[in-house]
Design a protein around this ligand. Structure first.
Ligand code: URA
Length: 216
């Protein structure tokens, strides 16, 4: 299998409505955090479409039947600190049995290069489905670095969940993994127009971390 990233752009009036409120610079942090959580739950529904399942035998009050449950081991959800943390609750609402790992990545605002400053992840991700949470796919640097980190630990089935993505970032991620034998997917709330000269998504919503948690 040669990797071609599957990109799913959400197309739903509730998602568009919530995104419009998020983008508005007048929206305060508590409202922003609440909306991100709701949006991620809606995006998680699509992102988990291929989650692994297994058949189970159960007995209803009426009869025996065969049902479907999520397979073991459970997926791993990896929010990218800081802004990805704002997406975690929305994701685990749909995947309460998921294991949660953390990856701290920071982007140098001059070079736009991403580097890892912290991690807490299972050593071996072989055979695990991994969901990476990062609200803004902008230059693609953070996602490429995060995917490489996860692939080094054995991951071969990775889905990124983003609130917004820029075409430039999607291309960088696609190019970086075009020959990799892994299954990667992107689910995003919207595909925006472009990046500006500072690497911000246009029209975007500004700095997602600052809007979630304030400027530090
Ligand atoms: N990170 C953000 O928080 N916002 C952008 O527009 C780009 C990267």
């Amino acid at each position: 299998m040669v990797c071609v990233m599957k990109v799913h752009v959400a197309n739903h009036p509730l998602i568009s409505h919530k995104l419009t409120v998020l983008r508005d610079q007048e929206t305060d942090s508590p409202t922003f955090r609440h909306l991100v959580e709701e949006l991620v739950t809606l995006l998680a529904y699509e992102a988990t479409r291929d989650v692994r399942t297994q058949e189970v035998e159960i007995t209803t009050p009426v009869t025996k039947t065969t049902g479907i449950k999520m397979a073991s081991p459970a997926p791993v959800v990896v929010p990218i600190l800081r802004a990805g943390l704002g997406m975690l609750e929305g994701m685990v609402k749909l995947l309460p049995t998921a294991q949660v790992g953390f990856l701290g990545m920071v982007r140098d605002e001059k070079t736009l290069q991403a580097s890892t400053y912290a991690n807490r992840l299972p050593e071996d991700l072989t055979g695990r489905q991994v969901f990476v949470l990062d609200p803004m796919l902008a230059t693609g640097g953070t996602l490429v670095a995060a995917f490489n980190y996860l692939i080094e630990r054995g991951a071969s089935d990775i889905t990124a969940v983003c609130i917004l993505a820029a075409p430039e970032g999607i291309k960088i991620v696609e190019d970086a993994f075009k020959d990799a034998k892994i299954d990667i997917k992107l689910v995003t709330g919207a595909l925006d127009e472009k990046l500006n000269e500072h690497g911000y998504i246009v029209p975007g919503l500004g700095d997602a971390g600052d809007r979630l948690y304030g400027v530090v």
